[in-house]
Design a protein around this ligand. Sequence first.
Ligand SMILES: [Zn+2]
Ligand SMILES: [Zn+2]
Length: 239
Amino acid sequence: MAIVPDDTTCALCSEPIWIRLGPESGPGSDDDEDMLPQQGASASRRVVPDEDDEQVVPDDVVLHDCPASHHFHWQCFLSHSEPETYCPACHVAIIPPDDDDARLLATIRNEGGQEDNFDLRPVLVEERLFATAPHLRTHAALCSACFTGDEASVLDILSNPSLSPPETTHLLNTPDSDKHWTPLFYAAVAGHADIVAFLLNQGADPNHRDRFEHVPAEYASEEGHAEVLDLLRGARSVY
Ligand SMILES: [Zn+2]
Ligand SMILES: [Zn+2]
């Protein structure tokens, strides 16, 4: 189902809400599970749409509780100060400021499709955290790449020239706030042997225990990932 481009503009920057997909993210990559747009949805690709251009997709957020149905680019909305309580354009309160459980529902349209009841609240909370501690964003990206088996991204993140070797080791062995998993847990539970081998080689600790006192090998075993299990056991005996 194609979305027909119109002349909608972002209420914050006044540019069209349409972007042209780059060659690296064609329509083939329809990952419906993840509505969050990639960082690549940049301003430089914004275009005035042409109906026949199949490479043009929306980058659009509409808050359900904004009476004017303002449209925003994803990044424009997120980077606005305190978008979690007021519509950044008309300043109408969109959720009660003192209700921590309130959902902030929006309709999101991007290259992944359309989601009519997307709760923006958890994303905004995470964004605020990332703004105060940028390394957590890198860590989250690394964990995600380890889980999905995205070897190119794992390599990219860990070979970033701005990271010193101690910083790389720190990134590898920092647990997340949820289950206290390090990147190695994510690669192990998903059975990505090449990534597990690479992480171990880079200094990931196979003996790290999560919130439940488990080590990565236990998850690999539970999931029946024999090759990963061998790697982890081999590494554990070295330590
Ligand atoms: Zn904008
Ligand atoms: Zn508004």
